[in-house]
Structures are given as C-alpha cells and as structure tokens.
Design a protein around this ligand. Structure first.
Ligand SMILES: [Zn+2]
Length: 156
C-alpha cells in the first residue's frame, strides 16, 4: 500500500498535464514501514531521455510504433538521482518510488518500464487522454520480475 495525499496527487496530475504530450517523471520521497509507504514529498524531475540512452538498453519498439522520443520514454538524470538519494539520507527519509506519465496510453507498465525498474520501489503511472488526467496506478516489481499492482490510498 502506498499513501499519497490529495495535494501530492494533484501535483503529479498537474506535472503530467503540463508536459503532455511528453512523459513527465519524478521521485517519491517518504517513509517505509514494512509494506506501507507514505509519500512525504513529490519531487518533479526533468525527463532527460535522449536517443543515446536507448543504445545501452535492450531495444523495445514503442507500443504504438511511434519513433522513440520523450512522448514514449522517460529518464531521470543519474546525477539528480544521486543528489536526491543523498538528500533523503540526510533527512532520514527513503526514496520510495518513481512516477511517470503515459500520454494517451493506459497506466500499466511497458516492457521498457520493467527493464529499467528496480525492486522495492513503487512505480506510479498516470495516464492522460488528450492532455487530461484519467487514471493513476502504482506497481511494484516482484521477485519473478513481473509487476504487481499496489493499492494507492489517498489521504487528506
Ligand atoms: Zn512507462
């Protein structure tokens, strides 16, 4: 279960709608108690995907046969990730997950998402249709490398 405040939910929605038709991405800072994750802060990051990144990864065709671009790929700059990891340690928090958007696609992980996913993190995906938020879902990588859905609890 992952706990998200109404305000944090709105922040993710706004971010996704703002960068549409590109994918947005960001980090979820929070606390972790057994299987319960509580988001303390949503940290928006830039989608730093470039064609070069793909050269180091197995190739997946985009699901809608569009050329690969920020409209169907996202990447968080490794330096930003490192900085935030350091920050959460200092603040005695945890990096609990990553969110990104799927413009005009359902909020389910793609093969590419699975390839770049780490265990233990929550992967929140927001879906947009014609620039407007439609759905939010969270996923967690299981030991067999498949994604299982995780319940999102919206709190005040
Ligand atoms: Zn994705």
């Amino acid at each position: 279960m992952i706990y998200l405040s109404h305000q944090q939910l709105q922040q993710i929605q706004r971010h996704a709608e703002m960068v549409y038709p590109e994918e947005c991405c960001g980090l979820l800072l929070g606390t972790l108690e057994r299987d319960n994750k509580r988001v303390i802060e949503v940290r928006e990051t830039e989608n730093s995907w470039t064609g070069d990144i793909n050269e180091n990864l197995p190739h997946f065709p985009s699901s809608n046969q569009q050329p690969l671009s920020k409209k169907n790929r996202f990447s968080i700059d490794p330096y930003t990730l490192l900085q935030v990891q350091k920050e959460v340690r200092d603040r005695r928090l945890n990096m609990i997950g990553i969110y990104h958007s799927h413009p005009d696609h359902p909020a389910v992980p793609s093969p590419f998402d699975r390839e770049i996913a780490w265990p233990d993190y929550s992967y929140i995906i927001v879906s947009l249709k014609e620039g407007k938020f439609t759905e939010i879902r969270s996923w967690k990588l299981e030991e067999n490398q498949s994604f299982q859905e995780e319940i999102i609890q919206i709190v005040a």
